[in-house]
Unconditional design. Structure first.
Ligand code: ATP
Ligand code: MG
Length: 195
């Protein structure tokens, strides 16, 4: 079983995440993509705007109905700062028959050299990088230790970020079509990200 891990803050999850996962699924011939909300992301200065429970519920709402997409709560249950290398090692113990890939947008590909214990992680997984507006996609431009572990895949450029969605909501503007319908409803009912 070939699994793509899609880590993220998902604050909130949006269609850019889902399209990236779908493109990675096809490009790398994955059997499943596991969406894995981070508890505390190591690289972000600001804490998430929604609670871990709310981010978890939105991720579940977003993947519902896709037979190959699953939400997993390993990092939320572990608590503390979520380091991908620890998560992958734990998942490899729990699922010895699985092969794990790690899905990242092009902004994260650029940032990979700064990840905690990146060389160890790069020995455990193949990274699938997806294009994102404003970020390069050349594998050759990546630093030596991780270059061989990254495969870039193409996706239609989607200029949507959770940051922009939170900003729109704080300004009272709609986010319909930027997030799945069920997520949009969840945000409305729970009045998330209002200022
Ligand atoms: P924020 O603005 O809060 O950082 P985000 O939209 O970047 O949110 P994250 O939860 O930080 O979403 O990202 C999770 C993963 O999804 C990262 O690997 C990121 O690169 C990727 N990703 C997010 N949005 C896109 C997009 N529009 N196109 C391609 N990849 C994306
Ligand atoms: Mg981000």
């Amino acid at each position: 079983m070939k699994v793509g891990l899609m880590g993220g803050t998902f604050d909130p999850i949006h269609i850019g995440h889902l399209i990236a996962a779908q493109c990675a699924l096809e490009a790398a011939g994955l059997d499943e993509v596991w969406f894995m909300p981070t508890n505390v992301p190591p690289h972000k200065k600001q804490l998430p705007g929604a609670t871990p429970e709310q981010r978890w519920e939105m991720v579940n709402a977003a993947v519902e109905g896709h037979p190959a997409f699953r939400a997993i709560d390993v990092e939320l249950r572990k608590g503390g700062v979520s380091y991908s290398v620890d998560t992958v090692k734990l998942l490899m113990q729990l699922y010895p028959g699985h092969r794990f890939h790690y899905i990242v947008g092009a902004d994260m590909v650029q940032y990979l050299p700064k990840w905690y214990k990146i060389e160890e992680l790069a020995n455990l997984v193949v990274f699938i990088g997806l294009s994102r507006p404003g970020y390069g996609t050349e594998e050759e431009a990546l630093p030596e230790p991780i270059r061989d572990s990254v495969r870039m895949a193409r996706m239609p450029l989607i200029e949507i970020s959770s940051t922009e969605i939170r900003k729109r909501l704080a300004e009272g503007r709609p986010v319909r079509y930027l997030v799945p319908d069920r997520v949009n409803q969840y945000i409305e009912v729970n009045r998330l990200y209002e200022s």
